[in-house]
Design a protein around this ligand. Sequence first.
Ligand code: HEM
Length: 451
Amino acid sequence: MTVPPRPLARADKVSLWRYMKLFRSDILSAQPAKLYRAWMAEFKTPFFHSYMVNDPALLKLVLKERSDDFPKSDRISAGLRPLLGNSVFLTNGEVWKRQRRIIDPAFEGGRLRDTFPAIWAAGEAAVARLAPMADNTPREIEAVTSHAAADVIFRTLFSIPIEHKIAAQVFDQFRDYQRTQPILNLAAFIRGPRWMPRFFKRETKQTARSIRALINRLVTDRQAAIETGNGPDDLATKIMTTPDPKTGERFSNDEMVDQVAIFFLAGHETSASALAWTLYLLALYPDWQDKVVQEAVGMTADFSRLSTLKATRDVFREALRLYPPVPMMVREATKPEVFRKRAVKSGAQIVLSPWHLHRHERLWLNPDAFDPARWNTDAGRASSRHAYMPFSNGPRVCTGAGFAMIEGVVLLAQLLKAYRFEVVVGKTPMPVAHLTVRAKDGIWLRFVPRE
Ligand code: HEM
């Protein structure tokens, strides 16, 4: 049975110079193979001191039980500040809590049902966009899923499609931004003077300003529409009209710009990565593709039928296990701790790695195999309870987790119903951690219409 691609881990012992070189080129292959078996590992170099944690009890401690004591690491956040300002993704403490109180209601179950028609419409648009490419020529599929996921965000947030003038500009400029500012970069880990993060490349700052100006126009227009009672019933209106249950305050327009920037960034890059890898896996395992198609044939634009897409959901979950779009997260210890009998100093970086956890040899059966059926076994369910966190866990869990599960399953069903996907011989995608887990030279597939 073919095992889907994964980067080769490095040897357990390498020189510091080699480690830094690997780290700079790709954080996944820079890690030693033993991390797929270890409960915890300490990394001590002259530049950084961090602990990677795979032990489920420690993960629970850091993410759930004492999450306030392990805030987001400033070093990682710094690179994103010019674009994201004070968005919920970067803040900590009381500011973050207040932001979640205002945002969370928009993503609760009932509201998700309301976003379904917009997600479905984006799926139909993606199917139509693919039509001229469906001629069995190898196509890079990450670009396709990125476009589709961006469309989903604009339709659900602002009731506009990606072809809308401002939406299209935001989408293009985000691409430029990501080229100049990767989320997981080496610099982020290296301790520098406090002022260092403020020195961003000029180009990065300019792009960030321009994206924020575009989003500001959308938010200002929406505020005006809300005031005249004409705000469309979508996520933006919901968030902008929700008062904080504690203080009664709403988001100011500036704060809303910060949040929209993160919804777009966190919401489209991640979903695009997940969809692209899932399509690749379905091309690699045609039996599973057939199962998804069987379900998809009966699917209509009816939210209540979503529960019938069981195999599709299992496939998507399995893809999120093997290729978690957010491969690693970093927290900071705010006081001295003892982890597995080892002293952890205040200020240490705590790395939580869905990538390693999801492939942990002591926590999963056949961790590297693609096996969506595992989700219906006792062993699979047990592993998922303590070793599965594509959306993180605890109070800081991804706001859009429920949304992303609907989006993923619906778009897959629509795309698979319309097209048959096949791998391209000689073009096996190799995962690398960019902003999200992407393929080194893209994900190439061929596809043709089913009828
Ligand atoms: C497959 C798709 C997605 C994956 C795998 C994913 C994963 C994650 C992960 C792992 C985090 C935690 C990061 C950390 O703590 O460092 C996160 C946070 C977040 N995600 Fe997602 N996400 C997805 C889709 C979305 C969507 C569609 C939205 C919004 C529309 C969204 C909005 C957010 C926000 C606002 C946060 C910050 C939450 C906080 O810090 O309180 N995500 N996501």
